[in-house]
Ligand binder design. Sequence first.
Ligand code: PAF
Length: 275
Amino acid sequence: MQIHTTVDSLRVARRSAGRAALVPTMGNLHEGHITLMRQAGEHADAVIASIFVNRLQFGPNDDFDKYPRTLEADFEKLEAAGVAHVFTPDESAMYPTRQTYHVDPDPAQIATLEGAFRPGHFRGVATVVLKLLNIVQPDVALFGKKDYQQLMVLRNMVRQLAIPVEVLPGETVRADDGLALSSRNRYLSADERREAGRIYRCLTRIRDAIRAGDTHFDGLERAAMTELAAHHWQPDYVAVRRQADLQAPQTPNDALVVLAAARLGTTRLIDNLEI
Ligand code: PAF
């Protein structure tokens, strides 16, 4: 496995990589990322992982400074997963001058859910991902469904800007109690970790109720918010939405997804389940 810290080095390697799949990450890799790497390997000759904690997508009160950085352990996991190249630029390699050109996602798509609670987040994500796509020029890029709105924003960016890459989604990987794997899970205390599976149970209950014919989405959302609050969570939202555009359901035939974000102690967790 080759490690590249500069754009030039990565570009030289890319020339002989054949069909390439990019898996962008911010590091602190867990089984969810590694599953994406393996999936990427099924679509390409070479898997290229990027590790870059992107300041642009963090708000002033977000966890940029304390975001876990575990490069050496990440390299070991990537090597074992058969990744060919890792692109791990520092900030001066990624943003040699202040980034003054940005990608502004469709306001209608980011006025809700994560976009509403994290102003500027998706602008930062879209900007860095476009830049990574331009640097690597992969044939395929993979993003996990755990960040459901991110996946939608990036798919639309690729479509609308005619970026020549195929975007593939990766399924969420979960712990035994259902908690979606996330780098932020490591912020949880032992007590919080025991409690954390509740968000998945709330989503499962809503999914099962809707599958059984319940269409009282407001009531289902409110019950989950109340349950989370009763167990010392601070829920931001529990919302049943259309998979296609994350807007409120309109017709009985809409394919749906239920999404939630809630803070447990100081850790903000997000999750979702397709219905
Ligand atoms: O999902 C993430 O880890 C990040 O948002 C991404 C896509 C790597 C962009 O920084």
